[in-house]
Design a protein around this ligand. Structure first.
Ligand code: GAP
Length: 452
């Protein structure tokens, strides 16, 4: 277990994640990924894209805009329903998310509760301002979408998208008309989403700008339950495939009260973070709500013609909606290990080889005797096949530790013997076992590890 502050500083030290606008004192709810973090993030995205799109011939990808027609958000329900409740402190003026105040004090989850019930609970439990213990005002509605003005002058008001899903519904007809897909089929997307969270917290867990990996699977009503179960299973399997400890993954079904306005059935996939079990993905049966709403608001037909039955219907949607940054955090926390080796602490990220930022690092044993030249030749050869790293700064021990901390799978050391017989020492990250292999076999060895 590690407290979140120590983890944040580890992530900064090793170039995973930086606080956004740090030189200006930071900007709450916004984070930037550094050179190592961005490699891991891309690997997670690629694994998701591969498992959802490349492995399923009936699923295609899109990349929609961040800002879209304001009517979209009216139709989706976000303009009227995408709200949290805030309670302001009468003394210090700070605002808090009302349901979180209750959760923090009593452990009771109160999602979906109306404002008057929240206020009743705050009074009953005698909940005060967490900062100054002042009295709290009655909670009021707060829409989580970021407003933006389109064009000069008064222009038109729209919003930064709070989810990627709507861009998929908007393109449902385009995809039907321009591909040969037949139900059941899916459309997927990875991209940014924006939510003006009242209290962003737990590092990458609750941000104001984040990324989603969403897939909408269009089915007939009679098949909705079957595909809900199929996608739930498939998504759980994926977490195992990217190396997450499956004892730290569970599913929790939403109660009727917790269901979002669009959902017929929903489960959260949760990861056991150091700060508790928390949602990283949702699998939802959204019924025909979305396409019906867009059909109604756009006056365009969004139904599907079934050639077998010769009937038209509005498809139902099974959605898998994952938070990329939350998965990144889960992957990092899950693989972070502290070990004692020969009386000294070793920090190692035991990342799955597919997720590791570098598959190998190459070092010369010393910075002389033609060893750096030979090491660079070997590094060049490896990086043609895999992301690799070259280092010659510091002792071998220090270079090993640096690579362990960022999860590099193999360290390859070039020494005087290499010049004689073209062999190197290759050290495996998790076991720290070393063996001597022919330079010609390095890429084969790494490849074996990556895909075994
Ligand atoms: N289209 C459905 C939808 O957006 P959601 O449960 O609101 O559903 C899906 O969001 C996922 O997006 C969540 O499971 C979570 O991983 C991620 N997510 C939501 N809000 C987030 C935030 N403020 N910061 C980081 N990730 C967030």
């Amino acid at each position: 277990m590690m407290d979140i502050e120590s983890f944040v500083s580890f992530c900064k030290r090793r170039g995973f994640v930086y606080q956004n606008s740090e030189i200006y004192g930071g900007f709450a709810g916004f984070y930037d990924y550094g050179p190592i973090g961005v490699e891991i993030l891309r690997n997670i995205k690629n694994e998701w894209w591969n498992s959802i799109i490349h492995q399923n011939e009936e699923i295609v990808g899109i990349e929609g805009t961040l800002i879209t027609h304001p009517k979209v958000w009216k139709a989706s329900g976000h303009t009227d329903e995408f709200i949290d409740y805030i309670s302001e402190c009468k003394k210090c003026g700070q605002s808090f998310r009302a349901d979180h105040l209750i959760l923090d004090k009593t452990g009771k989850k109160v999602e979906g509760m109306k404002s008057s019930d929240l206020n009743g609970l705050i009074k009953k439990e005698n909940i005060k301002c967490p900062t100054c213990k002042g009295e709290l005002k009655n909670s009021v509605e707060f829409n989580l979408m970021f407003k933006t003005q389109i064009g000069p002058g008064k222009g038109e008001t729209s919003y930064l998208r709070p989810e990627t899903a709507q861009l998929i519904y908007l393109n449902f007809k385009n995809i039907l008309d321009t591909t040969r897909l037949k139900i059941p089929f899916g459309i997927a997307q990875i991209g940014k989403a924006f939510r003006n969270e009242i209290s962003p917290r737990n590092f990458l867990f609750r941000m104001r700008e984040f990324q989603q990996m969403e897939m909408q699977y269009f089915v007939s009503e009679k098949d909705a339950d079957k595909y809900f179960e199929k996608w739930k299973k498939s998504r759980l399997k994926w977490y195992k495939e990217i190396g997450i400890n499956n004892k730290k993954i569970r599913t929790v079904e939403h109660t009727k009260k917790e269901l979002a306005h669009y959902a017929k059935k929903a489960i959260d996939i949760e990861y056991k973070f150091d700060f508790g079990w928390k949602e990283i993905e949702g699998v939802h049966n959204r019924g025909d709500w979305d396409l019906k709403q867009h059909q109604k608001f756009s006056n365009q037909k969004l139904d599907y013609f079934d050639e077998k039955t010769k009937k038209r219907y509005i498809p139902w949607i099974i959605e898998t909606s994952a938070g990329l940054d939350r998965i990144f955090l889960a992957v990092l926390m899950d693989s972070y290990k502290e070990e004692t080796v020969k009386g000294r602490k070793r920090i190692v990220l035991k990342l799955h080889p597919k997720i590791a930022p570098y598959k190998a690092a190459v070092f010369p044993l010393v910075k002389k005797d033609r060893l750096p030249k030979k090491a660079k030749e070997i590094y060049k050869k490896i990086k043609e096949c895999f992301p690799a790293f070259y280092d010659e700064k510091g002792s071998i021990g220090k270079m090993y530790r640096r690579m362990d901390e960022i999860g590099t799978c193999y360290c390859v050391t070039v020494d005087h013997q290499t010049l004689e017989d073209n062999t190197v020492t290759i050290r495996e990250r998790d076991t720290m076992k070393q063996k001597r292999i022919d330079v010609e076999n390095i890429t084969k060895e790494i490849y074996k590890n990556l895909y075994s």
